[in-house]
Structures are given as structure tokens and as C-alpha cells.
Design a protein around this ligand. Sequence first.
Ligand code: BDR
Ligand code: CA
Length: 314
Amino acid sequence: MNKQSLIIDCDPGVDDAVALMLAFGSPALDLLAITTVGGNAPLAKTTRNARMLRQIAGRQDVPVHAGADRPLRRKPAGAGEFHGEEGLGFMTPFAPTRPVADGHGVDAIISAVNARPPGTVALALLGPLTNLALALRREPLLARRLGAVAVMGGARSEGGNITPSAEFNIWADPEAADEVLRSECRVTMFSLDVTHQVRATEARIAAIGAVGTPKGDVAAAMMTFSQTVEREIVGWPSLSGWGPPVHDPCPVAWVLKPELFTLKPCKIAVETQSELTRGHTSVEFRVDAATAPHLWAATVDADGVFDLIVKAAG
Ligand code: BDR
Ligand code: CA
């Protein structure tokens, strides 16, 4: 089998953790590296969390590189209310046995992509886009060498989740998102419009927990934590068939099985000036499909995404 090379840039984060379990358990992926960024929690915690998760999954072969500890221009934000103060919900932190890899996350991305044929390394970005923006500043030609660039971020018809008009990852570092979207990278965006279609219902969490492996247990525990906080913060009703959105696995699921999603060609711009609408993604669909710079995920087969997560847990 020809494996797809993939780097995951993330800020674990309960839904980042589910995405990592999906990637760790998917033999179709050649996971080159995990790079971390400050986002849901400070960099020291997101990096430790990535190392904890790799150890639990038995994937100590995958290097974890620490990246940017702050946005390009803004103050670090944090999303402790949705992920817990340590970033992984109810999970008690421990000291992972394998250390963080040498070399900054930005350098790790550049060298992994440059070491392989153009177009062959995909990048899944599950946190603020600071690391990719810094990599493109240092090496603009990277945009042409990268394969798929799959971003969890943005919001349009669903509205925002950190402000009425913005999604957390783009809001946290809007200048970085702006630089990435203005670059030659062909970004495929998995915004709240699509991740809100992927809900962790009781039945789906139970199916993942029933696999009975450390990977499955972690994924189920993360979703259970999200249920608890979403019930308190967002106040969704305790109805069967309902559940919190599971954002970050979407880009990884797309790399594994693109047919689960429909995409619309578009051009995306990010608001960086107004404080009111900071990080809003303005999406223009009236574009020439052949030359449109970006793609916007519109619909998803959510059962298909959860099937991948269950399979990866085994
Ligand atoms: C995104 O923000 C973070 O809190 C989550 O991990 C996800 O990447 C959702 O808006
Ligand atoms: Ca994230």
C-alpha cells in the first residue's frame, strides 16, 4: 500500500486528541511528525499532551516537535473552558517517557516537506495557523511543495464559537490565517459549517469505547468531556441523537477518505482589522472553479467519519 505522508500541526485539546488517535491508528498514513502550537492551552501543555497521547497510542516512533508559543501579533488566548486547564479534559497529566524532538516545529515542517517529492506531504492543521505562517515566511516556496493543506478553522453559515462571527483557531491568530490564505497554498478548509455536522452522540461514543483499547478509551473519554462542558456552556439539550461537535478529526478523515466530504471552490479572506469581527472568514463562492485558490468543505458523511475513528481505535 502506498502510504500518504502526513504532518499534523495541533494544540491538544480534546478534539485534537481524537484526531491524533485517528491518525495513530490508520495504517494508510505515514505520520512524519506532530508539531505543536500554543492554542487551546499554552505550548508547554499542548506539547506534553501530544507526547502523552503518542505514548498511550503506542506510537513513540512519531516525533513531536514544539512550535510557536504565541500568535504572530496577538496575545496567547487559551480555551480552557472547552478543554480543561490541562487541555485533555478529565485526563490526569503524566510525564511522558519520550522527550520532545530536537528542532523547532517550523523547521521540522520545512525539512520534512523539502526532503520528499513535491506534492507528496499533506499537512493537517488543527490549531492556530502560526507554525505554517512562520514556515511560509521563512520558505515561501514551501507553498508549492506542499501536498494537501487541510485546515480546521473558520465559520460562515454556522456563525462563530469564540465570538458571534469567528471560530477559535482563526480568531486566535488571524494574521497567521491571513498570511496562509494569501499564500500559494491551496487550503481546504473544514470550518464549523461542516464540523457541526459531526456530533458525538451517546451511541457513537459508546461504539468507540466498546473497542476496548487505549486509543478507543481516550477518544471516548475526550468526547464525554466535551458532552459535559457543552451541556454546561452551550446548553444543548440532553436528547438522543444530539451531541457536541467533533472538529479536529475532519481534516484527517478527509486525507484518509476524501469521498466523505463535498467541497466547494472559493476564495477565503480573514478579518484582521475589526475587533468586533476579528478572525471572521469571508468566503466568496462566485469564483472560477478551475482557478479558485481554496476549497470549503460543505457537507460530510458523519457516520463515515465515526467509522474511521472506530476502525483506528482497534
Ligand atoms: C477548534 O478550536 C479548538 O478549541 C479545537 O481544538 C478546534 O481545533 C474548534 O473551533
Ligand atoms: Ca485544535
